[in-house]
Design a protein around this ligand. Structure first.
Ligand SMILES: [Zn+2]
Length: 651
């Protein structure tokens, strides 16, 4: 999802970046030939083995929209497969609907009957915990590992009214905006994993609190005639009756859940794009913003991410306007964009690029969360961080000039400390910052260190390994390590597990005129807060009475002693030492415009041994001692890392 706070950031960013921005997007702004290197439907070759060897559950849903009272009676038949090495006597199902926001009527799911099909129905007992939005179904016989049971659940979903949440009825017929949105609104089986056992988390206020297994789905949907509907998966058949129509859908590969949104007023545009039926659905009031744009922006996001991360395996993708309090929300094969975007666009509070960026964000979630799944309660930063980073890349690839990335780097350097790698329960106050700002910034930092080619190859490897499966942070790290063939603890541990960024200060600077060298101790004032010290490279400039000498790739590992050998040609006396930060330095800053620290407090002629390093004395806790030898001329350097004094502080 992309929430309010993020939306405001985007607005601020786009607001000023758009001052110098260009015209709305045109379809011919990009070349298809340039982008489509991976045929969309070649997904089979890469991905099918990820789920064909798995025994997934199968869900068969029948849903009926009662327009008058905004209810959806339903019948769910689930062939539940126990893929875990434990015996289940009860199985929990999420009933998220009663946790959602509402106007004058709360939503809920009433469970009418539960039975086991053996094959004739045998009634089962069940308990509903409405506060926890949970139902436990009690089995007659234990379900052994690698066996399955077929359950039938008869229910009625009562949609919240005047809703601005993920499910509900909203809008009016008077202004042609009435719609019925059905998302996370039927009983959905919980995920069992080795870390938490059953993940029974309720519908939380913070983030997207979902964590669902892939499953095969089939569903049919009965709607009043003349209702237009966007739904997950390929439309396999339509039966038109005298007053109602039955639509039958089958997603072309497993999905984590299904959704639909129906309105009498939707305007629909569609295009078959390399075998994928891409459609946009929007309300009449939004025509000036959405016409052509919604479809075109969805296609170009699909195109880029398909080619960059790995093949999109489905045959449909719907870009759908809804009425959410959020800007956007992702579901398999279907993403929602709130009509708040159009309202603000019409009020000239935002530009059309906001819709473009939110579409790109939600489409990126097809790869990050839907195909590569993760526990959004415990590691929600993982898919959100990747989705935000994907929009950085989208802007860069299509040369859109958005400044979200730059703004996020400023935020991360300026805003409060917050650790990324923790669950929503532990960091609810900082979740949006860590997931939407800090994680993508850390990912971009990694890309700057290892280079774009290896970075993208690593993401492709991660996607290939975990599409249709569930991934955790170590899985992402391992994909990068395997791609690069080297350990990355030095990057991942401090970046994801430290709350603070380093804040550097010159502790001492000694100049030895006989060896013409400088000994700097650069202290990380935040070191006491870290689980592990940061390793980053910087440029140091030495101003002398004659010239400025630049030393690049000066590596700091926490508080670090650095020895800089000035060029033999240098005859001046050092007057100032400057530690420069570039656009991707991750350091704490007090002023976003000041990208360096400096000192002129240089002590002269302190004796040092010119061939072997002196062991630094307390009080500082030395990190690396590094010797930097400046070559002839400014900016030419040779670097020798001599001694790793400090035992590594691993978490
Ligand atoms: Zn998101």
């Amino acid at each position: 999802m992309k929430g309010y706070r993020f939306a405001i950031l985007i607005m601020l960013v786009l607001g000023f970046s758009m001052l110098s921005q260009t015209s709305p997007f045109q379809m011919n702004d990009f070349s298809e030939n340039e982008i489509i290197a991976t045929p969309l439907q070649d997904a089979d070759l890469i991905l099918s083995e990820n789920f064909e060897e798995m025994n997934l559950s199968s869900l068969d849903l029948s849903l009926y929209l009662n327009e008058t009272d905004a209810t959806v009676p339903g019948n769910l038949t689930i062939d539940f497969y126990n893929s875990d090495p434990v015996v289940f006597s009860s199985i929990p199902f999420h009933l998220y609907l009663s946790g959602m926001l509402a106007g004058d009527r709360l939503g809920y799911i009433e469970i009418l009957n539960v039975s086991a099909l053996t094959p004739s129905p045998v009634p089962l007992t069940f308990d509903v915990y409405s506060v926890d939005q949970l139902m436990w179904i009690h089995l007659i016989d234990d379900l052994q590992p690698n066996t399955s049971i077929i359950l039938e659940i008869v229910f009625e979903s009562v949609l919240p009214t005047d809703s601005s949440d993920r499910a509900g009825v909203s809008g009016t017929d008077i202004d042609s905006s009435k719609m019925y949105e059905f998302a996370s609104a039927y009983p959905i089986p919980c995920v069992y994993d080795e870390y938490d056992g059953w993940n029974t988390d309720p519908y939380l206020d913070t983030g997207d609190p979902f964590y669902l297994d892939m499953a095969y789905y089939d569903f049919n949907l009965t709607l009043p005639n003349a209702m237009k509907v966007a739904a997950t998966g390929e439309l396999m058949g339509v039966d038109v009756g005298t007053t109602s129509t039955i639509y039958r859908y089958t997603p072309s590969a497993p999905v984590r859940e299904i959704t639909f949104c129906a309105s009498r007023y939707y305007i629909i545009e569609s295009q078959i794009y390399h075998g994928v039926n891409v459609s946009s659905y929007y309300l009449p009031e939004s025509v000036s913003l959405w016409s052509s744009n919604g479809l075109a922006w969805g296609i170009r996001a699909l195109s880029l991410f398909n080619n960059t991360f790995g093949p999109y395996p489905f045959t449909t993708l719907n870009i759908v306007e809804d009425s959410g309090f959020y800007y956007g929300m992702e579901y398999p094969c279907q993403v929602y964009l709130s009509n708040i975007i159009n309202d603000r666009y019409q009020n000239e509070e935002i530009t059309a690029d906001v819709l473009d960026s939110v579409i790109a964000h939600e489409v990126a979630h097809q790869w990050w969360y839907h195909l590569v799944g993760n526990d959004e309660v415990d590691v929600g930063f993982l898919d959100e961080g990747l989705a935000v980073w994907s929009v950085y890349y989208y802007s860069e690839f299509y040369n859109l000039g958005w400044t979200g990335k730059e703004f996020d780097f400023i935020s991360v350097r300026m805003i409060y400390p917050a650790k990324i790698n923790q669950s929503i329960y532990d960091e609810s106050s900082t979740y949006y910052f860590t997931a939407y700002d800090k994680t993508p910034v850390v990912l971009e930092k990694l890309r700057q260190i290892i280079g774009t080619a290896d970075y993208l190859d690593s993401l492709r490897l991660f996607f290939t390994r975990f599409s249709f499966r569930l991934a955790f942070l170590p899985d992402l790290q391992t994909a990068f390590e395997d791609q690069l063939n080297r350990d990355l603890d030095w990057f991942f541990v401090p970046m994801f597990d430290n709350a603070y960024l380093p804040e550097y200060s010159f502790q001492s600077v000694f100049y030895n005129s006989s060896s013409n060298s400088l000994v700097l101790v650069i202290e990380d004032l935040n070191e006491g807060f870290h689980i592990r010290r940061y390793t980053q490279n910087f440029t140091v400039e030495v101003e002398t009475t004659d010239e400025t000498i630049e030393f690049t790739d000066v590596q700091l590992y926490g508080t670090t002693e650095v020895i800089l050998s000035l060029p033999e040609s240098s005859t001046g006396t050092p007057t100032t030492v400057i530690l420069l930060y570039d656009d991707y330095s991750l350091v704490q800053l007090d002023d976003p415009l000041v990208h360096f620290i400096s000192t002129s407090n240089i002590t002269n002629d302190t004796p040092i041994n010119s061939t072997t390093p002196s062991t630094p004395e307390p009080p500082w806790d030395p990190g690396l001692t590094i010797y930097i030898l400046a070559g002839a001329g400014i900016g030419v350097i040779a670097l020798a890392i001599v001694a790793l004094v400090q035992k590594k502080n691993r978490s």
